[in-house]
Every structure is written in C-alpha cells, then in structure tokens.
Design a binder for this molecule. Sequence first.
Ligand code: PMP
Length: 398
Amino acid sequence: MSMFTAVEMAPRDPILGLNEQFAADSNPNKVNLGVGVYYDDNGKLPLLRCVQAVEQDMIKAPKARGYLPIDGIAAYDEAVKGLVFGAGSEPVKSGRIATIQGIGGTGGLKVGADFLKKLDPNAKVLISNPSWENHRALFTSAGFVVEEYPYYDAAKRGIDFDGMLSALNAAPAGTIVVLHACCHNPTGYDIRADQWDQVVAVVKEKKLVAFLDMAYQGFGYGIQEDGAAIGKFVAAGLNFFVSTSFSKSFSLYGERVGALSVLCESKEEAGRVLSQLKIAIRTNYSNPPTHGGAVVATVLGTPELRTLWEKELGEMRDRIKLMRHKLVDGLAAAGVKRDMRFITDQIGMFSYSGLSKDQMVRLRQEFGVYGTDTGRMCVAALNSKNIDYVCQSIAKVI
Ligand code: PMP
C-alpha cells in the first residue's frame, strides 16, 4: 500500500500519443502530419537565421543569468505590445496595456485564466467547437466551467457563423469568450473581417470578456493583417485579453516564449492589473526564463534582425500556402473526385481535411500518414518530397 495506490493513470495526450505511434512505425514512407509544428521543405525544424545571429552574439559576449523581473524582460514586453496592438497605436502610447512575458502562449493563457478566476469566480468560459485541445483543460484547471460555442460546420465545410453569434448573444454578461485571433486551430477557418465586426459588437453589447489567443501571428496573411481583429476590439473601446505565442513564428518551440497582454482603461489601471498578474506568476513559477525572451526581444528590437525575421516568417507563410495548393492539385491528380479546393480557403498551419475517423485510421495503419482522428492535418509538415505520397495515400482511402 503506497500513498499513490489509488492514483489512476491519466489518459494519454492524444497528439503526443500519435507521436509515439509515429516513432514506432517502421514504414519508410511515414509522414507525421499530427503535431502543430512547422517543418521546412527538407522536413527539418528550422532554426531561423535571425535567431542564430543573436545566439552567436551571445556566445561572443557571454552573460551571467540573474533572475528576470516577474513580468519578464521590459524590452520584450514592449516589443509584444507593438506587435499585438501596433507600435504607434493609442493603447501603446497611452500605456494602458499590461503585458507579461509568459511561458509560451500556454503560460500567457494560464496567467490570464488565473487572474480572471480571481476577478470573477463565477464566470463561465466559452471556447469554439472545436478548439485547440488544451483550451478546455487549461480553463477547467483554472477552476472555470467551460462550454462551447458552435464554430465548424462540417456539412458546409466552413464556419457556422450564425450558430457562433447566437451562442455569444445568449451568453450571460461576464462570460469569457476565447477567440482564435487568426489561423484557427484545428479547423484552419477564420471568420471574415465583417464577421469580426459582428462578434465585437456582441461582446460589447452583452458585456462579454474577450480572450484572444494569438498563437500564429504572421502565419496567415502577415503580422499586421493577422492582428486586425485586435484593432477592432480596441476601436470598440473594449477591455480584453490577448495571449501571444512565438513558438511557431520564431520556431522557438522549446524555449517557451509567449506573453499575455491585458488592455485596460488607463495607465493607472494597467498598473494595478499588472500587479495582480505578477502575483499569479510569482505563486506559479516566480519569473520567466531568460534565453528565449532575450532572443526575441533582441530580434524585434534590432531593425536589421527584425527585417530578417519578417522575411523568414514570410517564407514560412508562403511555403504553407504553396503546400495547400500542391495538396489540392495533387489530390486531383491522384484521382480524388471530391472538390478539395476548400483546403486553400483555410489558413495557418492546419487543415480540417473532412476525412472521417476511419479514413484517418486507415491512413495511419496502411500508409503511415499520421493526422488526428478529427481529420486535422498539419499542412506545415508537407514538403516537396512527401506531398505526392500523401496525396496518393489520401486518394486510396477516400
Ligand atoms: N493556442 C493555440 C491555438 C495553439 O495552437 C497553441 C500551440 N500550438 C498554443 C496556444 C500554445 O502555444 P505554446 O506552445 O507557445 O504554449
């Protein structure tokens, strides 16, 4: 008898489980489209040149590593504000944004969730159906009841916008609505600009709390374009939350670089909010790690490196789009009769392929092509070498 005798085995993380299965697969043609990671055309995780340049300088002038402030590197937080809200924007100039360096986008979300729980313990959380699989667990573990608003419409291969809007309309005041700022994970479908206007209007009218999750800024149409929804919430005079992740945009997955920004009414209010965010951090992990934050702050704050980063980000974005087109063409060439052009309507890393669970299982078992059971495939893991094989494999299961 041990104190852990009654501890149950938790279910495996579905995506990490898929990775383990992939690793154990002996099929020489196997392709992993399960995880949300960008690979280059050689199937390699890129190390961006802007990141390398900073790291080389760091090696030339090595520095001791003291503790960072609780809210992270000041220059990093400033750079995040500029990226999310626009460098010369009114919220930045007036100093009414409280930003903290987070442990990845996940950390930003969790610090925000912990703060919100203290602010309004009875609020409900609404996430999209479907959503990034960690949203539900994260807000649940922060103590919230999590429900869904309709989002994906499988029959029409798009968004059930009417359903989404009426769910938001029906939500009680104070409900926290988690919105994907761009590049919706897992579906790849984003709402249009005019639909964002309607969402903003409902959030304002019904006094909901918007929490925008921006994990892919720059992966859709561009840095500013992908941040456009933020500008709409600002223009409506709302106070809201934005989590940022640099995992993908800097290809710094393991460094855990992200942030949380809270737009407040005034600079004075932002000071008070920041003091509470710091308590959430202090009692969880005290302060963030130095390396990733220092790299990102230096790249964003050095004009030549910033230009290089934007170029490299643009290359990743363009390559994903190219793969979407190749996928559509390749599927048609492989004999798929179904109209698959919706794949190029989707944006960001993922495609909801419309394949059934059975088809996804067959893809895995017979062809070593790994996507999730929901039909989600990571387009950013396709390349010029594996695309034909993937298209032919899909053609055989459709
Ligand atoms: N939100 C969404 C929608 C995501 O897809 C991800 C990661 N893929 C995250 C948050 C978390 O990002 P990070 O890995 O930086 O914690």
